[in-house]
Design a binder for this molecule. Structure first.
Ligand SMILES: Nc1ncnc2c1ncn2[C@@H]1O[C@H](COP(=O)(O)OP(=O)(O)OP(=O)(O)O)[C@@H](O)[C@H]1O
Length: 420
C-alpha cells in the first residue's frame, strides 16, 4: 500500500541543522530513485528546483540509479560544500500551491511511535489542543503542517484525517469488549460527541460582531480549585455585565426568595419533563431535591445583552459546543504545590454542599491530581488556561481573558459559521 512505502529524508549531514527538505524513495521494480516528497518551507521547496516525482539521476556526479536510498544518503554524507543533484523533472507534477487550512488537533500524535509513517524523521509530533497550519493535503494519507504560533519555517509530516481515523478504529477494535460497549453507549447519548471521534477540527478566526450575542463563557476546573469563587467575584465586580443563568430546583421556595431570581422553583414532574427533553446542561440531586441549569436560562442571560458565565463539569462542554452559543472555555488550573498551600491557608472547603472546613493535606493532593487529570483529558476543548494563584490577580486575569474572548479574533470550529 502507498502508506507503507518508506522514504528517507535527504539531510545535509555536514550541517545537521539544515534539512534539504525532501524525501526520496526507490522504485523497487526499476531501481530508480525518486523524490517522494518536498517538505513545505524546506530548502528544496524554497529553491523551487525539486518536486515530488522527479527522477534523481546523479548526486555530485555519482549515478544513483539502482542504489539503495541509504547509499544515496551516504554519498551526501561524504559530500562537502555545494551539493549537485541531477534530476529528470516529473512531467505530470501538480503545483502544490495550496491555501493553508487551520486545524485543531483533537488527538495526540508521535511519529516515532508510528510504524506507518513513510519517513519518521520528517514527521511532526503534536498534542491535543495544538493549532496546526496544514499547508499540503495533496497526499491522501500524509499531510504537511506547521504548529502555530509558528516557530519552524519547515513543515512536518502528519497523518491525514482519514489516516488517523482508521488508526483510531484499529485501536478501538483492539480494546477489550467491555470497554468498547461502554464507549458505545456514551457516544449514543451525547449529541455532539462527533468532536471526540474527529482527529482534527477545522478552525478559523472569528470575531464576534458587536450586534451579536456575547459568547458563552464556560469555567471548568478541579473541585475546590476556586471556579465558583472566581465566578461569584466576577459577577459582584460588574453585575450589569456578567451574570450566571438562574438554576431550576424542586426545593420549596423560602420567604425571602422570588421565583426566577434565586431559582426557577418547579415541581418534580416539570423538572423530570425538562430532563427528558434534554433541557438541562447539568443537573443533580442534593438532600433529596433536584437542581439543574437549563439552556433556556443561558439564552435568557444572553438575550438581555449580558455575558453569561457558567461553571460546569468538563464532560458537559460537549453539549454546549454549538454555533449559537460559541462557547469560550477557560480552564482554571491549580497553581504550583507550594503556592496552592500558601494561598489556601485560610480558605474553607465545602464538600457535599455541607461540610465547611479548612483544606487538609489530602485535599491539596486530591486537588492537584484532579487538576492534572482534567487538563490531560480535556485540554483540546480549552480556549484559555488561568492559573488560580493569588485570588485578586486571577480575577483581573479572568476579566482580561473574557474581554479578549468577546472582542478579539479567536479560533473557533468552522462549523460554527460566520468567520473572518
Ligand atoms: N486563589 C485563591 N486563593 C485563596 N483561596 C481561594 C482561591 N480560590 C478559591 N479559594 C477558596 O477555596 C475554596 C474553594 O473554592 P470554590 O468553592 O470556588 O471551589 P470550586 O472550584 O467551585 O469547588 P466546587 O466545585 O467543589 O464547589 C473557597 O473557600 C474559596 O474562597
Amino acid at each position: 500500500s502507498a502508506t507503507n512505502v518508506s522514504e528517507i529524508l535527504l539531510l545535509n549531514l555536514n550541517n545537521f541543522s539544515v534539512c534539504q527538505g525532501a524525501t526520496i524513495r526507490r522504485n523497487e521494480e526499476t531501481g530508480e530513485i525518486y523524490i517522494a516528497r518536498v517538505i513545505h518551507g524546506g530548502l528544496a521547496d524554497r529553491s523551487g528546483l525539486l518536486h515530488s516525482g522527479d527522477l534523481l539521476v546523479e548526486v555530485n556526479g555519482n549515478p544513483v540509479g539502482g542504489l539503495e536510498p541509504e547509499e544515496v544518503i551516504q554519498i551526501l554524507t561524504n559530500s562537502h560544500g555545494t551539493i549537485l543533484f541531477k534530476v529528470i523533472p516529473n512531467p505530470g507534477q501538480i503545483s502544490s500551491n495550496q491555501k493553508p487550512v487551520y486545524m485543531k488537533a483533537m488527538v495526540d500524535y508521535c511519529p516515532l511511535q508510528d510504524a506507518c509513517i513513510p519517513c519518521p524523521d520528517a514527521g511532526m509530533a503534536f498534542s491535543r489542543g495544538d493549532l496546526l497550519e496544514v499547508v499540503d493535503q495533496s497526499d491522501a494519507h500524509w499531510w504537511q503542517a506547521r504548529k502555530l504560533p509558528c516557530a519552524a519555517s519547515c513543515a512536518g509530516l502528519i497523518p491525514s484525517a482519514s489516516m488517523l481515523k482508521s488508526k483510531q478504529k484499529e485501536q478501538w477494535w483492539r480494546q477489550p469488549t467491555s470497554y468498547r460497549k461502554r464507549r458505545q453507549s456514551c457516544t449514543t447519548c451525547s449529541p455532539n460527541s462527533n468532536a471526540l471521534n474527529t482527529p482534527y477540527e477545522e478552525v478559523a478566526l472569528y470575531q464576534r460582531p458587536p450586534q451579536e450575542n456575547h459568547r458563552l463563557i464556560i469555567l471548568v476546573g478541579a473541585p475546590g480549585v476556586g471556579v465558583n469563587e472566581l465566578r461569584k467575584r466576577l459577577i459582584k465586580l460588574n453585575p450589569s455585565t456578567f451574570q450566571s443563568p438562574v438554576p431550576h430546583t424542586t426545593r420549596p421556595i423560602r420567604p425571602e426568595e422570588q421565583s426566577g431570581r434565586e431559582y426557577h422553583f418547579v415541581t418534580k414532574e416539570l423538572f423530570e419533563y425538562l430532563v427528558c427533553n434534554h433541557r438541562f446542561v447539568e443537573y443533580g440531586e442534593s438532600k433529596g431535591q433536584l437542581y439543574g441549569t437549563s439552556t433556556d436560562a443561558i439564552d435568557e442571560v444572553l438575550k438581555r445583552g449580558r455575558m453569561c458565565i457558567i461553571d460546569i463539569e468538563p464532560h458537559s462542554i460537549q453539549f454546549l459546543r454549538t454555533k449559537k452559543l460559541k462557547p469560550f472555555v477557560i480552564f482554571v488550573k491549580a497553581p504550583s504545590p507550594e503556592r496552592l498551600r500558601q494561598t489556601r491557608r485560610d480558605a474553607r472547603i465545602i464538600t457535599n454542599f455541607t461540610i465547611n472546613r479548612a483544606f487538609t493535606e489530602d485535599d491539596f493532593v486530591e486537588l492537584e491530581e484532579a487538576s492534572q487529570l482534567m487538563e490531560a483529558k480535556y485540554r483540546q476543548f480549552f480556549d484559555s488556561v488561568l492559573v488560580n494563584d493569588d485570588l485578586q490577580d486571577a480575577c483581573i486575569q479572568l476579566c482580561s481573558i473574557i474581554q479578549q474572548a468577546q472582542n478579539e479574533p479567536q479560533w473557533i470550529p468552522v462549523s460554527w459559521g460566520r468567520t473572518e
